[in-house]
Ligand binder design. Structure first.
Ligand code: ZN
Length: 196
């Protein structure tokens, strides 16, 4: 077994630990039972390298997830969804996610989807939506989460925030970067988010 594969397997173990011991995540979407590892080319290596040693500090039960994420930084297929024309160069340079499992994940699944996403400090991810339902779990750091035009709410490590299908939502990081585990389920599973 290759080293990247072993590291993704370790990350999957940690994601499974978090999902099974966080009732909101387990109720939303248990870790799928149809996972099939596929080899994917790493992407956005410059961004991945910029995260070395820079992931926000985690609290004890989530440290293993952050450590396992650090181990796959260089082999993950990092994506950005958006362009610098849409969100600006600084946002694109300091934001990224990879799909651990799902229709286009490092493990293929057609049951649900899991992303690990990172946003540097002081970024505003403006209102966007998608057909799939979603739940965020902050793994390290914190961010302000909001829906529609309402005031945001600070979500800290270990806490979750759920968005319903096509619900408009936004996120802002202040002094801290944030690393999130994000799960999707339901119709639109293979789709992507669009800005409003
Ligand atoms: Zn979303």
């Amino acid at each position: 077994m290759s080293e990247p594969r072993r590291n993704f397997d370790k990350l999957l173990v940690e994601v499974r630990n978090i999902v099974t011991r966080t009732p909101a995540l387990q109720a939303f979407a248990p870790v799928p039972d149809d996972l099939e590892f596929v080899t994917r080319e790493p992407a956005r290596e410059v961004f991945a390298n910029s995260l070395q040693g820079k992931l926000p500090p985690a609290i004890a039960p989530l440290q293993a997830l952050v450590t396992a994420t650090e181990a796959v930084l260089e082999s993950a297929q990092w994506r950005a969804t958006y362009t610098k024309e849409e969100l600006g160069q600084d946002f694109i340079d300091r934001y990224g996610y990879f799909e651990l499992y799902g229709p286009e994940g490092h493990y293929i699944s057609h049951q649900s989807r899991a992303f690990l996403g990172y946003w540097g400090a002081g970024l505003h991810y403006p209102s966007h939506c998608h057909l799939a339902e979603e739940i965020y779990c902050v793994a390290a750091g914190q961010a302000l989460f909001g829906v529609d035009d309402a005031d945001g709410q600070v979500i800290e490590a270990g806490h979750t925030r759920q968005h319903s299908s096509n619900q408009s939502h936004w996120m802002t990081t202040e002094d801290s970067a944030v690393l999130c585990l994000v799960l999707w389920r339901g119709p639109g599973l293979a789709g992507s988010a669009t800005l409003e």
